[in-house]
Design a protein around this ligand. Sequence first.
Ligand SMILES: Cc1ncc(COP(=O)(O)O)c(C=O)c1O
Length: 460
Amino acid sequence: MREDGRDKQFEGSRRLLERARQSVAGGANSNMRVLPYHLPLAIDRAEGARVWDVDGNELIDMNMGYGPLIFGHRPAMVLRAIEEEIQRRGTVLGFPHELSHQVAELVKKSFPSIDLLRFSSTGTETAQTAVRLARAHTGRPLIVMFEGHYHGSSDAVFHRYHAPLDALAAQAQGRAIPGTAGMNGAPRDAIVLPWNDADTLSALMAARGEEIAAIIMEPVAGNAGVIPPRPGFLQCARVAADAAGSLLILDEVITGFRIARGGAQQRFGVRADLTLLAKALSGGVPVGAVGGRADIMQQIVDGRVFHGGVYSGNPMSMAAALAVQRAYDADGERTFADLERGAAQLAGGLRHIFVEAGVPALVRHVGAMLSCFFLKQEDTPEPMDYRAVAEAADAERYIRFQHRAQRAGVYFHPNLFEPWYLSTAHTPAVIDEVLERLETVAKRGDWLAAGADQPQGVGV
Ligand SMILES: Cc1ncc(COP(=O)(O)O)c(C=O)c1O
């Protein structure tokens, strides 16, 4: 690094972003890609588990497009399907075609709780539609959400999911804090609870169930440090929703086709009334799906609840999704077993590295989603909700480690709440390479204490 604090290694990326900022707000199209503590990184090309930046640096990617790229970057079957489809029907049609029901039939095979579904282009749209469906179906205003859980950026659900601890309600339940300026008080009618706390959830549902349209959650808290559900918690939510006549909406945008073919519902044996899917549903093209019980989805059929979208179910995206769904259907068992083994290999290797380095760390994975962060104190009990992770984790040390990892050729997101994502391109040999590179970084120890390159600000 140069004396002025700039990385010569990423000079091309820095210059590219400087130019981009003249026309694209902030230089990129998601705030999550250009946080104040990001080292610059602009990508020239990608293949399998790797990306090459505009400076020619090669990096093993553990972010994988934030989850969709379960078959790696540029999977041949997806590219082939897209090529064939754009030669045949093009990119968008505005008419029904056979691909979307073919994809839907395969999705239903993986998620037996889905009778009917609708495709859209993003996870955000699916959550917005699900909340509307729930309110219209029950005639009730409130939704119950959880600290640290993210369901996209629509006003329906975008609360301040990574709120600083002092902004959270002192008591166990509070009104949702708006996730951004400009929301006019939304998300309205949302109660936010700590997750994984069966007693609080049951008590709220018993006291106010008649006002509650739905409970919505990530069944593994992927945006809060990959926290698994406590045994019985998902079942408790199911029972509490049923007793109150409320719906259970499982946001499986990350977990669907990642922690098992049938997501958390398969892995933990729970049934949703409405399920949200995106990301690994389609292997890297924009597809979201909201689906569930026929009587709830019937409201869309009747036109009572509106759902549209120029690009919803477009043939190009559906062709890609069909290729991916057929791959799960043909070989899903092996795919998910391999992903699970790869994640266990990575988690085991990371734990070993941090024990050797004498750094207290917590590495967890549920299937092919993993988190790894440094603990402020040794002997911290395993944090099982957002507050506990935010309290226990050393966010600044994580950023310092991420910067050095990026320089050494491993990319993961510098915000510790963003999961590491594995793909089938992360073979055992590639994972060994990740571990070798990170071991070298860890051993240098220059990331342990704050230095000249101390990051500014650690929040999202
Ligand atoms: C659990 C979850 N739900 C919903 C979304 C929103 O998806 P999208 O960014 O496609 O709108 C995300 C995105 O990261 C997510 O992680």
